[in-house]
Design a protein around this ligand. Sequence first.
Ligand SMILES: [Zn+2]
Length: 239
Amino acid sequence: MSIKFDDIKVFCDFDGTVTLQDVGNEIFKGVEDFEVLNRLFIEEKLTIYEYWHKLCSKLPKGTSTEMIREQSRKFEIDPYFKSFVEFCQHNKIKLYIVSDGFDIYINEILKINNIKLPICSNKLLEKDTHLEPEFTYASESCNCYSANCKRNFVLNQSDENTLKIYIGDGYSDFCGAAHCDIIFAKKYLATFCNENSLPHYNFKSFFDVKRILEKKLNDNQFKKRNRATVDSNNAFKYE
Ligand SMILES: [Zn+2]
């Protein structure tokens, strides 16, 4: 028997997933003490909020949002991402970008590629003397590595009749992916899925993602994942 969903939603990471490189890391990598701060964050000696505040405070004096926008234009996206966006539109699948990076470079990179998508990310604000990060989507109850809790965004955009699909590669994707029905993972996210027995598809590019989803759609093979449903209901209770 075929299962009907009210809607199918795809939640997609940006840095290293849509773009070939981690744009945030590339932009901040020139900042003094980048490696040290990065290690402290990975070792959980800095929270993600402290990490971003420290990095932003170390940007060279006079760095503007326009300079970051300008810098971001050189970064390439996955060559198959655009056709994946079109595939989603064609099949009425809603696609969201969920990122622990910053709005200014995500918007710019999508714009130069003529792609328009809803985005959930942190913001980088231009103050008189410096740039300041703003974390609109922080979570108090989630124990995640992301200033922008992706789990909460996934849950806020869906209900029990939504089929939730996640695509990502990094630490900030753990909580969002764990609450989705179908997971596409590479790098750290794939390791996390293996360590936590989360069924997932490995992917190299959006060519793979599109091919697999296209087949599932044609064969009517979409199914809810029981543990994702249970964990989502629990998360709602505690947030
Ligand atoms: Zn979270």
